[in-house]
Design a protein around this ligand. Structure first.
Ligand code: 3HC
Length: 311
């Protein structure tokens, strides 16, 4: 046991990835299952607010891009569920945790998409925040998660560009279109900052995650990186960040924001956001209504295995 633990620690210290069959501390396994399954749930719940606009996209080009993006998110969910399964949890268990609200998913997807500009904002801000978080996380110590994230991040880059293109076009359009973009930014700015999680001092999981090199940068470091990048991009669009306290600190050369509304954050992650119930009931009915697909696939597999055994 001591030898196994030493090998684990040594591998971590030299940057060697931990693989599914390697020995790992039980809490390392548990933390990874929690984090990767939450991430997987975020991907598939994240399909809902955007899927809502597929039939209303303003042109065929936009519809095709949005359809492809939503489909990509399903693929991301699949890679991540597979990565979590390597740690010994089943897909059914993970879905059960989501459907019974035991597992969390990103707070951001509990906000509604009210206008077409929201689809642009999700690409620019939500995918932008996810890329900052996940390109760093792609260097994490667990092999299957790290490799899955590399591919996910490549696709998220397209998503972000797609969103920035929508925002850019609205901002160079009519006054009404620009106002639509500003109104949307006003609603999505603060929830986007919340995506990075609570301040480091209030983040109970961070110390274990950082010790085990699952998290490489802290919640606040990544949020700051996002703020510095996005404030400059907003200037190019001619949009105003909805934060009267936003100011540039000339010593640290970074943008300081006002305080996030943490009451709102905790209320959303505890199930009381605008769309929590709607999202979970949509996921539950998708799972139940399509049980025949799982049944058909399973019975085909059983038949195929029996045939192979008989041969
Ligand atoms: N939404 C929901 N729950 C959140 C949250 C958020 N934005 N931020 C924190 N929390 C929860 C945590 O899950 C934890 O709850 P738990 O202990 O019951 O699981 C609690 O709040 C305390 O937060 P911690 O800071 O201690 O939690 P972590 O150390 O796990 O950090 C995190 C939170 C930064 C979100 C981290 O889990 C992480 O980096 N996860 C991987 C990336 C991920 O899940 N991204 C989802 C983004 S959306 C996406 O990818 C879809 C794409 O298509 C845009």
């Amino acid at each position: 046991m001591v030898d196994l633990e030493l090998t684990f620690e040594k591998n971590l210290s030299i940057g060697q990835k931990i693989e599914p069959r390697d020995w790992m501390p039980e809490n390392y396994r548990k933390q990874l299952i929690r984090l990767i399954s939450q991430h997987a749930h975020s991907e598939i719940v994240g399909m809902l607010p955007e899927g809502n606009w597929i039939t209303r996209a303003p042109s065929l080009r936009r519809k095709i891009a949005l359809l492809a993006k939503v489909q990509d998110e399903a693929g991301h969910g699949l890679y991540l569920y597979c990565a979590a399964e390597t740690l010994g949890i089943s897909r059914e268990e993970m879905f059960d945790q989501l459907h019974t609200k035991k597992a969390k998913y990103s707070s951001i997807f509990n906000y509604p998409t009210l206008t077409w500009a929201d689809i642009g904002m999700i690409g620019w801000l939500v995918d932008g925040a996810a890329i900052i978080n996940q390109t760093t996380m792609a260097k994490c110590s667990y092999g299957p998660y790290s490799r899955g994230l590399l591919r996910i991040c490549k696709e998220e880059n397209f998503h972000k560009i797609q969103g920035m293109e929508i925002v850019g076009i609205l901002c160079s359009g009519t006054n009404e279109q620009k106002e639509m973009a500003q109104e949307s930014l006003n609603r999505w700015w603060w929830p986007s900052l919340m995506m990075f999680g609570p301040h480091d001092t209030n983040s109970p999981n961070s110390s274990d995650l950082m010790k085990w090199k699952i998290k490489i940068k802290s919640n606040d470091e990544l949020r700051q990186r996002f703020v510095d990048m996005t404030v400059e991009q907003a200037k190019v669009f001619g949009l105003t960040i909805p934060d009267p306290e936003l100011k540039f600190n000339t010593e640290t050369r970074s943008w300081e924001t006002g305080e996030i509304n943490w009451d709102e954050f905790y209320s959303v992650i505890n199930g009381n956001g605008l769309c929590n119930n709607e999202r979970i009931s949509a996921r539950r009915s998708a799972y139940e209504d399509n049980s025949w697909v799982r049944d058909a696939a399973t019975s085909y597999k059983i038949k195929k295995n029996k045939k192979a055994e008989a041969a």
